[in-house]
Write a protein that binds this ligand. Structure first.
Ligand code: 2BA
Length: 110
């Protein structure tokens, strides 16, 4: 048994869960927050037999897309005595999915 932990964009999460259900895979959806952008994303826990891991990864690849996202950090301007900060937008490419595959020591459903 393996546990697939997939961090995906919120925009893809509903379709992904639907596609997994359609193909007979169970999942748990958690609301999460990216450490860098500090904005919401979705983490899915998907428990599957080892032989199904690649099929699930393929479904994730099919549905989840990279997207450019604008962030506006503050940059210092002016002399060192009177500094002020102005926002400037930069583009970040957020990946379609970040996927971890973990060994499961024991799996019990009661
Ligand atoms: P965030 O941490 O909010 O990162 C969003 C995007 O910002 C990243 O996309 C990457 O393009 C960029 N980024 C992240 N850290 C950076 C840094 N130190 N310098 C420059 N750019 C940086 P992805 O790499 O596709 O990651 C999307 C989300 O997947 C992340 O959201 C995070 O929630 C999760 N993630 C990615 N790698 C992870 C890891 N090694 N462990 C746990 N979660 C991870």
């Amino acid at each position: 048994m393996k546990l697939i932990v997939a961090v995906v964009q919120d925009k893809d999460s509903v379709r992904l869960v639907e596609a997994l259900v359609e193909k007979g895979y169970r999942s748990t959806k958690l609301a999460s927050t990216g450490g860098f952008l500090k904005s919401g994303n979705t983490t899915l826990l998907i428990g599957v037999e080892e032989k199904h891991v690649q099929r699930v990864v393929d479904i994730i690849k099919d549905i989840c897309h990279s997207r450019e996202q604008l962030i506006t950090p503050m940059a210092p301007v002016g002399s060192n005595s009177v500094e002020s900060y102005v926002p400037y937008p930069i583009e970040v490419l957020v990946g379609g999915a970040t996927v971890f595959v973990l060994d499961v020591e024991k799996f019990v459903r009661v």
